[in-house]
Design a protein around this ligand. Sequence first.
Ligand SMILES: CC(=O)N[C@H]1[C@@H](OP(=O)(O)O)O[C@H](CO)[C@@H](O)[C@@H]1O
Ligand SMILES: [Mg+2]
Length: 542
Amino acid sequence: MSFQELYNKHCKQGHHYTYGTAGFRAHNSVLDTVMFTTGIVAVLRSIYLKSKFVGVMITASHNPPEDNGVKIVEPHGEMLVQNWEPIATKLANSASAGFTQLESALKAITDELHIDTTQLACITVARDSRESGPRLLAALRAGISVFSNVKIVDFELLTTPQLHFLTHTLNSSSSPSTVKESAYYDHFISMWNQLTQLHHVTELPFHLTIDCANGIGADKVKELIAQAGSVLASSLSTVNGKTDTFQLLNESCGADFVKTNQTFPANCSPEPSQLYCSFDGDADRVVFYYMDDKENKFHLLDGDKIATLLAKLLADLLHQCGLSDTLNLGVVQTAYANGSSTKYISDDLKIPVSCTKTGVKHLHHEAVSNYDIGVYFEANGHGTVIFSSKFVETIDIALQETSKTNKNKHESLLSLQLFSQLINQTVGDAISDMLAVVATLSILKLKPEDWDQCYHDLPNRLTKVIVPDRSVFVSTNAERQLVSPEGLQAKIDELVAKYPKSRSFVRASGTEDAVRVYAEADTTENAIELATKVGEQVKLHD
Ligand SMILES: CC(=O)N[C@H]1[C@@H](OP(=O)(O)O)O[C@H](CO)[C@@H](O)[C@@H]1O
Ligand SMILES: [Mg+2]
């Protein structure tokens, strides 16, 4: 089919698209056009990067089942570079205006970036378990097929982090055609086995129940457990694993549900002191929780608690190897991190903390730019740890120089090395993060309550306000202050001054048509009251 025939078959006019916090996301019925143009963008990006594999993931993560979305993965597994987001947006909105507009926008981009569209493009694609996935994949493939010299590796159903990992693996491999999904399980199981054997872990200090949000993570974590040894198989079980009942995706379960409602998901019968975790719809985020044995209350162990647990272990290991002054460790958070966690990291752990804008692409960038070991997590459980090339070289050399007779140092160096590979460094990964947390708790012999003791969360509230035009809410200072609408920040400051230990900020969501209000204070009542009052001010200023 010609370019125009493909366009006519898959594209509709009239919808306005924006590449948001995590790519394009909307109701599936309006997404065919943007799938088509994202196929084109991925081809251009691959050619621009000299035929490296570029990934395209079709998912809408924690959104409702009828939504879907698409995001582009860079060759080494990062999110699409930010200066290409306007290109993706421009092509989508040109296609939405008409075929001639799309054709001329494409020509302008290829001319400006000197892209020769006859060169080879290499693309990896995958989708989550949503019902609209196959139809949207067809639109994406149609966009890719506008170009004649393309190699596509279709991994079919994957979690988002699996696609990131496999795209990176393909680009690093001397024989890409041999890279299969199994490379993911082989790698993480091998690292888990080596790390836990080094520390003589023969059983976990708890049973872990994994809520899979009825999403793609269910099939994939079951595959991992089936292939892993008996330690995991005997201590891990899954609930909410119905990937084939589309309408159940994220329904009363999953990381977003648990974090927002601060309660157990459906189909989970909690037992005191056992550990639980929830994935989101595409398994790139995870939160943990448990029920205490005194009051049988729900306790959330969110992204902040994960970050502090991992940062503490890594800081201790660095100290044991005598490398604390050579390799710098830092934690990256967003404004949504609980104030108590930030205080604990800087005052008690004495580890530097930075704050960035919402969205893992921002945290990742900050971690890579500043630290040899960069621990970054959003409070909602998105995150990972990245390790610099200096870290890799330093540990390699130290391992060669340290004799095995210096058992403690040798073991700490090896632990750091294995840990850096047990974590999926390309992007936050619910499965890999879960393994890292479980390994840490098992090595340190911590029960859920012990982990929770490091600091106590300040009571907080996150709410949404629907406004006619969220684009008027412009923020600065890592989204902690508003510059527009005029006068609103002063009102927020006035309100915050009235509550002890309080903090509040407002920002436009990048994934939903809403403005988010966050508030924390000394008591739950005060946090709720502050969030409500700030929300009222937002409504007055829209
Ligand atoms: C407060 C919050 O949780 N925001 C989420 C949400 O972004 P918003 O831009 O706030 O809609 O979705 C993002 C993508 O999944 C995630 O990275 C981010 O943390
Ligand atoms: Mg997700």
